[in-house]
Design a protein around this ligand. Structure first.
Ligand code: ACM
Length: 262
């Protein structure tokens, strides 16, 4: 499976222009699976509920339709983050749109910093779906800080964790090594680049999107400041062997009964 990590710098609030440019970048780099950042086309640093509401899209909106059309045109699966308007509620969501018309929605479980002011905590749990022989799991940014997130996806059978991100802390790209090795999965952390100055606060995003193998090899690592579409061929089957030696099959030897607080 050819996997593309689309590291991008959206211009805050310029959704249509960002989508056009983002999809053009994807079309220049053929792949089976494209992973895009969290809140891929709106920007990140909202300053009011009204602003989030104005920029949020329902899954039925024409903007989301543009991604569906791109999945068909590219004959691929696209996973991208967006602010999801769902009735009166707004989630920080990621949607996977597949060339065969299927789609899978994930709503961010662990909200970071001021996201807690503007978004509702996700209610979907962590989805895993199959595409072209690969089992793909979905997570968003700060979810990584909670080891249960990637563990749950791995226990549900994910070979690849599509981790749409807007990282501002310096840890995740390094921590992915441990998460990939412990869970014996591929992790694709796809980050954005650039900085946003809104009102009196600036947030700088750390770039450096990474693809890590189940053995902890960094197969891809993006630049810190520039946009880039990084492509690698992976064999998803490499994530299915959970043995680290003939005596230790790390998923079978888990002991949940010993992990209680009593
Ligand atoms: C984050 O969850 N965007 C850090």
């Amino acid at each position: 499976m050819k996997i593309a990590l689309a590291q991008f710098r959206p211009e805050f609030g310029e959704s249509d222009r960002n989508i056009e440019r983002l999809l053009r970048l994807c079309k220049e780099n053929p792949a089976d699976l494209y992973i895009l950042p969290e809140l891929a086309y709106t920007g990140y640093q909202f300053v009011s509920q009204e602003e989030v509401h104005a920029l949020a899209d329902s899954v039925h909106s024409r903007r989301i339709e543009a991604f569906r059309n791109a999945a068909k045109e590219l004959d691929a699966c696209l996973i991208f983050g967006f602010p999801e308007l769902a009735g009166a509620v707004i989630y920080n969501s990621a949607l996977a749109v597949l060339s065969d018309g299927r789609e899978y929605l994930y709503r961010k479980t662990h909200l970071f910093y001021k996201e807690t002011l503007y978004f509702s905590p996700g209610d979907t749990g962590f989805p895993v779906f199959e595409y072209r022989g690969a089992r793909i799991g979905m997570a968003i940014c700060f979810d990584w800080f909670f080891p249960e997130s990637f563990r749950t996806l791995a226990l549900k059978g994910a070979d690849i964790i599509a981790h749409c991100s807007n990282l501002v802390l310096p840890y995740c790209q390094t921590a992915d090594f441990a998460a990939a090795v412990q869970n014996r999965v591929f992790i694709a952390t796809v980050n954005r680049v650039g900085a946003e100055q809104r009102e009196d606060e600036q947030l700088a995003f750390t770039g450096e999107s990474v693809l890590v193998s189940p053995k902890g090899e960094y197969l891809l690592r993006g630049p810190i400041e520039d946009e880039a579409v990084l492509v690698a061929e992976i064999d998803p089957e490499a994530a299915r062997n959970k043995s680290i030696n003939p005596y230790n099959e790390v998923f079978k030897m888990r002991r949940p009964g010993m992990y209680t607080l009593q």
